[in-house]
Design a protein around this ligand. Sequence first.
Ligand SMILES: [Zn+2]
Length: 451
Amino acid sequence: MEVTFLGATGTVTGSKTLVTAGETRILIDCGLYQGVKQVRLRNRQPLPVDAASLEAVILTHAHTDHSGWLPRLCLEGFRGPIYCTPPTRELAEIMLPDSGRLQEEDARYLNKKGLSRHKPALPLYTEKDAQRALKQFEVHPFTEPLGVGPFRVHFREVGHILGAAAVMLETPGGTLCISGDVGRREMVIMSAPLPFPGADWLVLESTYGDRLHSDRNPLDELEAVVRTAVASSSVLLLPAFAVGRSQALLYGLDRIFARNERLRVPVHLDSPMATDVTELYHRYPAYHRLERDDVARFCRMADFVNSVEASKELNRARGPRIIISSSGMIEGGRILHHLKAHAGDPRNVIGLTGFQAPGTRGADIEAGAKAVKIHGDYVPIRAKVVKLEAFSAHADQAELLAWVSAAPRPPRAIFLVHGEPVACDVLRRLLAERVGCPVHVPEYRETVALA
Ligand SMILES: [Zn+2]
């Protein structure tokens, strides 16, 4: 068996791991790069191996940085099945066409403004391309193994978001686990990840390899921010990923209002995609920890904003109120308009609820930028900025160490991906000390023989 790292090396986006056994090649995850420009430019390069030669793609979960390059892979000639869990396919059905639409909108904008070096600027893929890629999806539940050439494949629950799994590969030559994104022990909606069962080799995410989340309860952390917003009658902007984070915030706000009626203020979920995703929590009760009534309640608690007009109305609305809108790293979506309208007012509050990749507006705001560029203009950031770390869907350093250590014996080697260089390096040293096996941070396109 051989593994080649085709994405998420030294960065948190663009996950792609090629695994070869004999003549069979499979790709685990096929993510889009986001963030700094040098990294994003890789989205335009062809896959370093012939896409048509892949037997199958296996998805750990639906987040764009793990699935968003699939339509492009299919345009490059990949015709095989894309295996995933049932919720992952449903999420991809919502997310991939939306991603295609955004690519088309961006290309149109660049052409209109004459901002592209390429004439005309072309979308990476279109909504139609995304629809075509979805036809190749085949679902597979957590419990049943699946055969692909010499591989036996199992999905193993890792919390994180609905349907997220670690991918376990068994071959006669040994076992390999690809963690995908590992969730947290205590999350408001998702169950704790199942422990790592052990494997000969492990490809592990390292998003928070150099950090510990605050040990505050997520609801207490959120309540403190809501209190500030209510006390000063401000607008609380919560940029959030449409998948997972938006729903965790709705659920959290519902619980906070239930325990303290005086904090109840209007909540707007301004993300049509997040609205569609919220519906899935009803359909997949076995994939999260909430009771049916809890889901029903948090689904009713907000004003679900659909039309563009209603979204624009919110720009004139006064506080106290809460607007949850995507994208989570403020790279696109309706949150941009809300920032333009509300970020200049020092009474308002911006709550950052997830990892902000370098090069994104979210990372700039987190670092204290006084202004960010939106649609060609600088928008002043005078609102108070707070981080809501406890809402993270990623295991922190201690949780990653604990997850790996749960195995009955250490792997023969661990490969660290999906982390910024410092995060990977800190985690590399700690794992080598505590788990006592070789730990390697692979380069882009590096191939390692597993024997
Ligand atoms: Zn993820």
